[in-house]
Design a protein around this ligand. Sequence first.
Ligand SMILES: Cc1cc2nc3c(=O)[nH]c(=O)nc-3n(C[C@H](O)[C@H](O)[C@H](O)COP(=O)(O)O)c2cc1C
Length: 194
Amino acid sequence: MNKIILERKSIKKYSQIAVEDEKIHLLFKAASLAPSSYNEQPWSFIMARSNDLQNFNNLLSLMSEKNKEWAKDAPLIVLAAAKRNLTIIDKPNKYYFYDVSSAVANLTYQALSMDLYVHQIGGFDVHRAKTALNIPDEYEPVVMLVIGYNAEQVTKTNIHSRIRKPISDFVFEKKFGNPAKINNEVLLISSGDK
Ligand SMILES: Cc1cc2nc3c(=O)[nH]c(=O)nc-3n(C[C@H](O)[C@H](O)[C@H](O)COP(=O)(O)O)c2cc1C
C-alpha cells in the first residue's frame, strides 16, 4: 500500500507552525492538476492563514462549534467552492462537486508528501459562507479544509486499525451486490503491506 495513503488521517491536533508559502503554492498547484469534466476546473479556494486574524476568524466562524474547538489552532483554513455551470456551453455541470473532490484529493496527497495534514469539514454554515466570503451565486461552497503540521508524534498507521467497510461490501463482480472474488493474499504480498 502506498505510504502516503496509509498515513493520511483527519488529525485534530495541529502545530501552530505556519505553512510555508512555497508549500501553499504547491498545494494549489496540485489541486489544479486534477482531472475535471470538460477540463472545466470548477474549483475555487478561499484561504486564510492564522496570522491574518480577521480573515482566519471569518472562515473559522462558519464552522460548527465542535469543529471550531480543534480547527482554531491550525495555521491554515481553506474553503473550497464549485461552479455549477459549464463555462463553454453554460449548461449545468453534472460533475461540479465530483471534480472539486478530485482537486481536494490531489491537494491532500500533495500535503502529506510535505508532512502537512488536511482535515475536511462538512460541518459549516454553507448559507453564511456565501455572504461572509462574497461567493458569487453561480458557485456553491463544498467543503472546508483545515491544514497544518501534526502536533502529535506520527505513529506507524496500522491499516487494520482504520474503521473501514470490508472490500466485499462495495466491490462487486458481474452485478451489483455480488462481491468480487479478489485474492487478498496476493494483493497483500504484491503491495508489501503485511
Ligand atoms: C466531506 C467530508 C466532510 C467531513 N466533515 C467533518 C466534520 O465536519 N468534522 C470532522 O471532525 N470531520 C469531518 N470529516 C472527516 C471524517 O470524519 C473522516 O474523514 C472520517 O471519519 C475518516 O477518518 P480519517 O479521515 O482519519 O481516515 C469530513 C470528511 C469529509 C470527506
